[in-house]
Design a protein around this ligand. Structure first.
Ligand SMILES: [Zn+2]
Ligand SMILES: [Zn+2]
Length: 662
């Protein structure tokens, strides 16, 4: 079995690299894992991709299905190359965890360039690697499948870089990178994750101050030694300190998508041992996970532990383990793993108890007993529904078993009101090659149609976002011509599908939108988002967003806090004020469905619904596959109790247009 890459494939933006998504030092593990990845497996990957596509097709329809429609089911949304086999948990199991993606290759090139710079490499080669990485961001070709002759046809890829890509794709290794990594202390690699700290500064910190770990660096900053270095100063020192404190608070956690992927892998690995169920934070759809927990049904806990320990890549933490609980880590994932073994007679009871937090289990029902007490006395094989019923409490879906507030929600709603993937009618925040997307407008829209959606809203970047190919007013007009032509084609073919004219308008520093009113009026709708000058006080950020919300052209407030999970805290906001303003100004709030963002946070969904504010599950897709991120949006939405009725893109197109025209 080949293990998953240490860092995730899909990325949001070119600057968002492995250093901000995972531990940089993991690259070493990745290289060693990849040595098993042969050319033969690379060919298998094509085979698997084909299988995966056939899985997504609804039988006989010739149409791609919104697969895994069960809202509770796990969907491999960021890995459509996974072979499609559902185990009894509805978890899709994989035999090859993750194959080399373009992002892995781009990460490899970027990392090599940075390390060459750190170690005073040849400036010409450094530029060759970094500019290749930059231009390959846009390619839709599967790089690992291309021979050198094809690779050199791509912009920015010379013969030398093409050779390195092949070496990496064929062997899972880049000898040059391995050498550079061997010369770099892991703690110095970690410094690449600090916001605003470039290679030159890292080099100074390492070589002039002799700092080799984040801890050393934090201590140096705390004692003022960083500010004293030429080119740093008080402000840089403060930024470094804040960034390290944030990173320290996030260590040992992974995002929802990665936790899902690990849980899928573990299910597959453990399946031969007996019944396996995912539990804990992954089952509850926590957006950040510090422990991936699985339950195995078996009368032989020692045998289960021996079987786990016999596998490569699993490292047991014996001090934290017990005869019934294997605890440890799996190579490539910066997260704790727990495998708990229970005999058949206790399994269902424990499965329920482990699915909820203590705060949730402490809820007392009409019987006067807590949910926990009731579950402990429940008969073997009791279902979750039976346990809630015997406690005299309403049934709560696993996503919402986070606290006691779910019961307040349940006093007004039924579980089947919660939005599901199958309820989605369209998608409203997406990018194309008109700005910084990978696929053309037609490709993106057709993919949305194949997923069974009836409208595709394009919301490319606005003019100020020049770094992301933001559209000038002239380009906007040209895009509208293309949209009209495509819509005419759909109509002529008798297809019930339409592209909507949207834009993701930057919210400028003073809160105004990024075009004049006549340009703004040419769109069907406007997603207003902050992309620049994110460092703001709560007062400033709230005032800036309020002005944007009050703009009559704003339809949807995009990723309200700008956070990047595990990498960047969002700016602080006065949420009730913002949500109330959205209610007063008829503005919809986005749940940005990218697993990097999931912003607005699910905790605010209930408040928004109570104020009558609708939410839109927006994938912010920059490539076709990105549309599948709406699965993560659904998870977060359900966690916050979002109903279909309050989900904007679960409404039929006529309602959507009516609202936009109000
Ligand atoms: Zn954005
Ligand atoms: Zn966007």
């Amino acid at each position: 079995m080949i293990w998953s890459c240490g860092f995730n494939g899909r990325r949001l933006m070119s600057s968002f690299n492995m250093y901000s998504t995972g531990r940089a030092s993991r690259a070493v593990t990745v290289s060693s894992k990849r040595k098993f990845m042969s050319g033969a497996i690379s060919r298998q990957s094509m085979e698997r991709k084909r299988k995966a596509w056939s899985f997504r097709r609804a039988p006989g329809s010739g149409q791609l299905a919104k697969s895994g429609g069960e809202a509770g089911g796990f969907i491999p949304t960021t890995m459509p190359n996974a072979p499609a086999e559902l185990n009894r948990n509805g978890v899709i199991c994989t035999t090859i965890s993750q194959l080399m993606t373009n992002s892995d290759i781009i990460d490899m090139l970027e990392l090599t360039a940075r390390l060459m710079e750190l170690h005073d490499g040849d400036p010409f080669r450094i530029r060759a690697f970094s500019s290749a990485a930059f231009s390959l961001e846009k390619t839709t070709l599967d790089l690992a499948e291309q021979p050198v002759a094809e690779l050199t046809k791509l912009p920015g890829v010379g013969k030398a870089v093409a050779g390195k890509i092949r070496e990496f794709a064929d062997t899972g290794h880049l000898a040059e990178l391995d050498e550079l990594l061997a010369q770099t202390p892991p703690g110095v690699l970690d410094m690449f994750r600090i916001k605003g700290l470039g290679v030159k500064k890292i080099k100074t910190l390492w070589q002039e101050l002799g700092l080799e770990t984040l801890r050393d660096l934090r201590q140096a900053a705390e004692t003022g030694r960083v500010a004293a270095i030429k080119g740093f100063g008080e402000k840089a020192q403060q930024n470094i300190l804040e960034s390290i404190l944030f990173l320290e608070s996030q260590s040992g956690k992974v995002r929802m998508d990665k936790a899902d992927r690990l849980a899928q892998l573990l299910c597959d690995e453990l399946a031969p041992l007996g019944r396996v169920e995912v539990s804990g934070q992954v089952l509850r759809r926590a957006i950040e996970v510090d422990t991936v927990e699985l339950l195995v049904e078996s009368d032989d806990p020692i045998g289960v532990q021996d079987a786990i320990n016999a596998r490569p890549n699993f490292t047991q933490n014996r001090a934290a383990s017990s005869p019934f609980a294997w605890r440890g880590e799996v190579a490539g994932f910066d997260v704790q793993v727990s495998v708990l073994t229970y005999p058949a007679g206790q399994f269902d009871q424990q499965r329920f108890i482990r699915s909820a937090t203590e705060a949730h289990l402490m809820q007392k029902g009409a019987t006067g007993k807590t949910l926990l007490q009731t579950a402990t006395m429940a008969s073997a094989n009791a279902t979750d529904e039976q346990i809630y019923a015997s406690a005299g409490l309403p049934y709560i879906v696993p996503e919402m078993r986070e606290n006691g507030q779910a019961f307040a929600w349940a006093s007004q709603h039924q579980p089947d009101e919660l939005v599901t993937w199958d309820d989605l009618t369209g998608t409203l925040h997406n990018h194309s090659t008109w700005s910084d997307g990978k696929h053309t407008l037609r490709q993106m829209a057709d993919y949305a149609r194949e997923l069974g959606l009836t409208y595709f809203g394009i919301a490319d970047h606005s003019q100020t976002a020049s770094y992301a190919g933001g559209l000038s007013p002239e380009r906007v007009a040209q895009q509208h011509v293309e949209i009209d032509a495509l819509n005419a084609e759909y109509a002529a073919a008798g297809l019930d599908f339409r592209i909507l004219k949207g834009i993701e308008s930057d919210i400028l520093g003073d809160g105004s939108l990024d075009y004049t009113d006549d340009v703004l009026a040419s769109f069907d709708y406007v997603v207003a988002s902050v992309h620049q000058t994110l460092n703001m006080t709560k007062e400033k950020a709230t005032a800036r967003l309020l002005k944007a919300i009050e703009n009559p052209y704003t339809s949807i407030l995009g990723h309200p806090t700008g956070r990047l999970l595990l990498a960047r805290e969002g700016y602080p906001l006065d949420f009730p004020v913002i949500i109330d303003a959205c209610a007063a100004n008829n503005v919809i709030i986005e749940i940005n469905a990218s697993p990097y963002r999931l912003d607005i946070d699910w905790h605010w969904i209930d408040y928004a619904m109570q104020r009558g504010v609708m939410l839109s599950i927006n994938p912010d897709a920059h490539e076709m596959r990105g549309l599948l991120d709406m699965h993560y949006g659904i998870y977060a939405a359900r966690k916050g109790g979002l109903t279909k009725a309050m989900t904007f893109n679960a409404q039929p197109l006529v309602e959507v247009l009516k609202r936009f025209n109000e």
